[in-house]
Design a protein around this ligand. Structure first.
Ligand code: SF4
Length: 314
């Protein structure tokens, strides 16, 4: 059993390279796979607790204490990103946590959410405290929503779209909508036209197209080719971009470079060797040394997707 050190994080991970937010320090405030959805493409596997009940999952003070410690160690990040292992708006203390983060740092705050609880006024008020909110919309009708996102029975596509519209009216910050496309599930012309109509109602600042480049919850999930993705982006309008892979080389000096921090990263999502090197600011040789150590302990495994090897925690 590894000894607990001040570098071990319970609630924070990274900073990791994010294709959408640059160097992002993740804050995980909901237990693994407690979510309102069970998306076929989820990198964290199938949802184990599908819920719409907000709860008190973590002690806000403990999260803030960890963050204070990292800031004292010279943390550098483009964003503090509230997301993680489940749907973060299920945490009833989200607003209180954002207030607490604001009190100790000027680093901008982002929330990555599936957006399904934005129909609730309290959730909209909490999310409105962030600088950037990145919700999702992967379908234009109920059938597509059920196929791709497999929602909790109390959530419908109508509720999701109207919540997003209300939030847009109330939120003065930046709203970047992600559309995650799965080949054969939500890529036909009719579904794309319906998604486009919903985007026109929501009026996000940006639309970001993504696809399954990492191992997903369901083995038959297929990614959309780059050419097709760019064609769909062009059809969706000027503020739509394909979210490109983070390019390595954005190192910011010494971040975390222990096997423990590699494991912490891999517990959150599968990562390639380049992801690990960029996220932790370490050389390939160091990353390979930690990977081999963790593999020999049986703590991580690997899987090849789209010709890239991804490592993930067991
Ligand atoms: S991708 Fe996000 S919203 Fe979908 S099941 Fe996974 S954690 Fe939930």
């Amino acid at each position: 059993m590894p000894k607990k050190t001040s570098q071990q994080s319970k609630y924070l991970y990274g900073p990791v390279p994010s294709r959408r937010l640059g160097l992002s320090l993740g804050v995980d405030i909901v237990p693994l796979k407690v979510c309102t959805l069970n998306c076929v493409y989820c990198q964290l596997g199938r949802t184990t607790q599908k819920s719409v009940e907000r709860g008190d999952f973590v002690a806000t003070d403990a999260v803030l204490a960890e963050l204070k410690e990292r800031l004292a160690q010279g943390l550098q990040a483009d964003f503090i990103t509230i997301s993680g292992s489940g749907e973060p708006t299920l945490n009833a203390k989200l607003g209180e946590l954002i207030d607490g983060i604001r009190a100790i740092t000027d680093i901008p705050i982002a929330i990555i959410t599936n957006g399904t609880l934005l129909h609730r006024q309290d959730v909209r008020a909490d999310c409105a405290k962030a600088d950037v909110v990145l919700p999702s919309l992967d379908a234009g009708d109920e059938q597509g929503f059920q196929k791709v996102n497999r929602p909790h029975k109390d959530i419908s596509i109508e509720k999701l779209i109207s919540g997003l519209c209300k939030f847009r009216q109330e939120f003065a910050g930046r709203l970047w909508l992600e559309v995650f496309l799965v080949e054969g599930l939500n890529t036909d012309a009719e579904q794309i036209a319906k998604i486009k109509a919903a985007i026109a109602l929501i009026r996000p600042d940006k639309v970001q197209l993504n696809t399954a480049v990492r191992p997903a919850a369901e083995p038959n999930v297929r990614s959309v080719g780059a050419e097709k993705l760019h064609a769909i982006a062009a059809g969706l309008g000027q503020n739509c971009e394909v979210v490109a892979d983070f390019s390595p080389g954005r190192h910011r000096g010494h971040l975390h470079s222990t096997a423990e921090s590699v494991l912490s990263m891999l517990k959150r999502r599968p990562c390639s060797l380049d992801d690990i090197c960029s996220g932790l600011g370490i050389h390939r040789d160091d990353a390979l040394k930690h990977i081999s150590h963790l593999q020999s302990q049986g703590l991580i495994g690997s899987e090849k997707t789209n010709r890239t090897v991804f490592f993930k925690a067991k």
